[in-house]
Design a protein around this ligand. Structure first.
Ligand SMILES: Nc1ncnc2c1ncn2[C@@H]1O[C@H](COP(=O)(O)OP(=O)(O)O)[C@@H](O)[C@H]1O
Ligand SMILES: CCCC(=O)OP(=O)(O)O
Length: 356
């Protein structure tokens, strides 16, 4: 039996789980407020506190030597192939000194490395799996109208690939030959088109659909004008954090918005309709990348738990292909199963230096 520690750092939480082979035997969520990290100038400054909290949460049940592998969600390391990666010095150097973007998932690798040393058995692996910057985009999908600006494949690859496999099972088509569109709907929303097992096109959280707290795509002329009025340090929060449902309706909680609609709030109803429309437009865009030949579409992430939102999206785009909802995320399971395949030798863990 192999024992695997799974770590998933988010902006306000660290989710941890322990798996004995493929069976989850322990799960815990450590939550944080803004004040907890008030003294942390960068994401990496949160490392010590998060590491100590994970060790404390595991101390009673899992002493030093307990784990064969520690696998983290992460991070913005740069364009790499899908799969598992050793968290080695080169990986840690990139994440600490030149990540693609500041994001909580950058802590996944450093936490996996530190905890494999402290709690791992002899030779325990420190891994990440399907990092946020997996890139399989086809060349034609990268092009924009501005020389030097290319579209990027940055988002929820880990959950999307796990859901794509579930979708393939649900429709009875091998994952490797299914043509699907997968949409992750959460704090940030991203989406991809899959053909031949590869994510050949990818829509990031700043391109089309807005989400709970991110802007999606906006008219550039308006944005350039706005950018001239906002201090440089505050611009990021205009598109990430204070945007989307947070900016439009003052809450990131879709359940609260649905309650407002039931109470007769017309503005909430309009924004909800716009949310479904923008998600539908994202799906239609990716349908074009698959030349319209699509077996099925999957909706996942927290917002895919909303039956009303799923119905509103279906109404817009079910003409493209059947739509399946997989509410929530499957990241912990995906990380554990990826690590297990590596421990069993069914898959090789790679080195980021092979790509970067
Ligand atoms: N049962 C539900 N019904 C409607 N919306 C939900 C439900 N559960 C979660 N959500 C919404 O999903 C969004 C958060 O998605 P999630 O994937 O958990 O986010 P994160 O990106 O932070 O992990 C929020 O807008 C939340 O209100
Ligand atoms: C940075 C890309 C991945 C992402 O947006 O994750 P969250 O929605 O968890 O912030």
């Amino acid at each position: 039996m192999s024992r695997i520690l799974v770590i998933n750092p988010g902006s306000t939480s660290t989710k941890i789980a322990v798996f004995n082979d493929a069976s989850e035997v322990f799960r815990h969520e450590l939550t944080y407020s803004r004040e907890d990290f008030a003294g942390a100038a960068s994401i990496m400054d949160q490392l010590e506190r998060r590491e100590a909290d994970i060790e404390a949460a595991l101390a009673n049940d899992f002493p030093a030597g307990s784990f064969d592998a520690v696998v983290g969600r992460g991070g913005l390391v740069g364009p790499v192939a899908p799969g598992g990666y050793h968290v080695d010095d080169a990986f840690l150097d990139i994440i600490a000194n030149r990540p693609v973007l500041e994001h909580a998932s950058n802590l996944g690798g450093p936490l996996a490395s530190a905890l494999a040393s402290r709690l791992g058995a002899d030779g325990a692996l420190a891994l990440i799996y399907d990092p946020v910057t997996v890139d399989e985009m086809s060349d034609v999908c990268r092009i924009t109208g501005i020389p030097g600006i290319e579209r990027k494949s940055i988002g929820h690859h880990l959950n999307m690939r796990a859901v794509a496999r579930k979708l393939a099972d649900a429709i009875g088509t091998p994952y490797e030959s299914a043509r699907t569109v997968i949409v992750h709907l959460g704090g940030g929303s991203t989406a991809c088109a899959i053909d031949g097992g590869a994510m050949i096109d990818f829509v990031s959280d700043d391109e089309i659909m807005f989400s709970a707290e991110r802007s999606g795509g906006v008219p550039l002329k308006e944005f350039v004008a706005l950018a001239q009025t906002v201090p440089a340090g505050e611009l990021k929060s205009v598109v990430r954090g204070s945007a989307g449902l947070a900016g439009l309706l003052g809450t990131t909680d879709l359940r609260e918005i649905e309650a407002r609609i039931k109470d007769g709030d017309d503005k909430a109803a309009l924004i909800f309709d716009a949310l479904a429309l923008q998600i539908g437009k994202t799906i239609a865009t990716l349908a074009t990348s698959l030349s319209g030949r699509i077996d099925a579409i999957a909706l996942t992430g927290g917002m895919a738990r909303s039956t009303d939102l799923v119905a509103a999206i279906k109404q817009r785009v079910e003409w493209i292909a059947p739509i399946h909802a997989f509410g929530g995320e499957f990241e912990m399971e995906a990380l554990a199963l990826g690590a297990l395949r590596i421990i069993r030798g069914e898959e090789d863990a790679q080195l980021v230096t092979n790509y970067l």
